[in-house]
Design a protein around this ligand. Sequence first.
Ligand code: PEP
Length: 263
Amino acid sequence: LVSRENHDSRTVVSVRGVPIGGDNMTVIAGPCAVETPEQTLEAARMARAAGAALLRGGAYKPRTSPYAFQGLGEEGLKILADVREKTGLPIVTEVVDAADVELVASYADMLQVGTRNMQNFALLQAVGDAGKPVLLKRGMSATIEEWLMAAEYIAQRGNLDIVLCERGIRTFEKATRNTLDISAVPVAQNLTHLPVIVDPSHSGGKRDLVLPLSRAAIAIGADGVIVDVHPSPETALCDGPQALLEEDLAELRDLSATLATLS
Ligand code: PEP
């Protein structure tokens, strides 16, 4: 179902009217985690300044350590819905448990399946049934074929509104959090009709890598980027070191605008 064979055209996924795929270069931005109403609203303002058409933000956080901030749960979803009301930005948020899909889908405009859950097949089927577009991140140790098979689980439930996200893979290299597999973008685009975007924040793991990796993503023909921004990264409860600052936003906006004029 997700293969390019038998599909003449590339899929354009609409998230509350915002297109991902086709000739579009879609920027999704926002905080890694929803922390407070004020922080989320301010991050949404930053997202807009970065040229984002969609707001990201995690209310359920899949953390490596069980002692790390796990997200605000439904309270975080309510904050996101309120910020959508105030800003008009549709929201993309992660769901980590099949049992929560209905609840998260009642607030979210797009459901994110994170790297750690790419092969959580019960979750994939549940998001496939939820009637919302899905952002499917590549498992950090998954091959491109395994990633596409994960998308197939969602598609099998009748949902072809799937956007793939390359977010870096595990390699021997320690200089970056993960190694951005930039070649996965054209490889996947050759194999599937689904849009493919890049997460330069979770791959590099460092603020100063986010714009260079975004440039690479745009240059190679990705359908978009999803980027962390935070009004005060030094106090962030999750992944502050990779969040863009106010002074970085215009460059990201100009990068995506440049591509829009080229395509
Ligand atoms: C995220 O986008 O918030 C996230 C946790 O990403 P990943 O699943 O790629 O680590």
